[in-house]
Design a protein around this ligand. Structure first.
Ligand SMILES: *Cc1c(COP(=O)(O)O)cnc(C)c1O
Length: 222
């Protein structure tokens, strides 16, 4: 099947209110153009420079989402145009995003990345840690970032009970942050969880945003 059919099939299988992010990292521009022609406007990338290059070439009505680990010294490449940064994993990074956004006279939407998976290598805050940042004076002074919700990944495993409980942990942390810091904020409404292998489970557990690469574009060439 082609990219257009894959997108259509995913869209038909997900409820209204769940946003699809087409994860186009490592894919050539032609693949994104094919997805664009099929109506896709939200693309996820994991490297800042690659995203900036694609942004320059492709139509300007695309929403660019940063989903990979972002180094503070790379924020400047994407700050002028990025729509949503899913991978905020430190106060230092958030502070850099805030500074770069100010230079572009923007407010950049961000998600707090949570770490609930068993793998050690994944970035993000363990449940409970994120509240330290959100209650800090440094965060409260930031005028150029807006926290929209959380992002997380489940453990890479065939054990679907583990996957389910990881997603439940992400949703639980979202609910706590919402209640404690964002109860009055309609914009705090995003739970980014679910990838090609587990997005149905993620949706059942409350996901509002899924990030799908392989099922749309096929295997990535590195
Ligand atoms: C690569 C990646 C995805 C997409 O993964 P697929 O299994 O190809 O759908 C989703 N989220 C993040 C954070 C990624 O790095």
């Amino acid at each position: 099947m082609g990219i257009a059919e894959n997108i259509l099939e995913i869209r038909e299988g997900i409820p209204e209110g769940v946003t699809l992010v087409s994860v186009s990292k490592y894919q050539p521009v032609e693949a994104l153009q094919e997805a664009y022609a099929a109506g896709e406007r939200v693309f996820g990338e994991s490297r800042a420079q690659e995203m900036a290059e694609k942004y320059n070439i492709l139509p300007k009505d695309i929403e660019w989402h940063m989903i990979g680990h972002l180094q503070t010294n790379k924020v400047k490449y994407i700050a002028p145009f990025v729509s949503l940064i899913h991978s905020v994993d430190s106060l230092e990074l958030l502070s850099q995003i805030n500074k770069s956004a100010a230079k572009s006279d923007r407010v950049i939407d961000c998600l707090i990345q949570l770490h609930v998976a068993a793998e050690e290598s994944k970035f993000g805050f363990i449940p409970g840690e994120a509240s330290l940042i959100l209650s800090s004076e440094e965060f409260k002074a930031m005028k150029h970032v807006r926290i929209r919700g959380v992002m997380g990944m489940a453990t890479h495993t065939d054990d679907m009970e583990r996957v389910k409980s990881d997603f439940r942990a992400i949703k639980g942390e979202y609910d706590q942050l919402k209640e404690r810091f964002f109860a009055q904020c309609d914009y705090f409404n995003t739970i980014s969880m679910g990838m090609s292998g587990d997005y149905q489970i993620a949706i059942n557990e409350g996901s509002t945003m899924i990030r799908i690469g392989t099922t749309i574009f096929g295997e990535r060439k590195k």
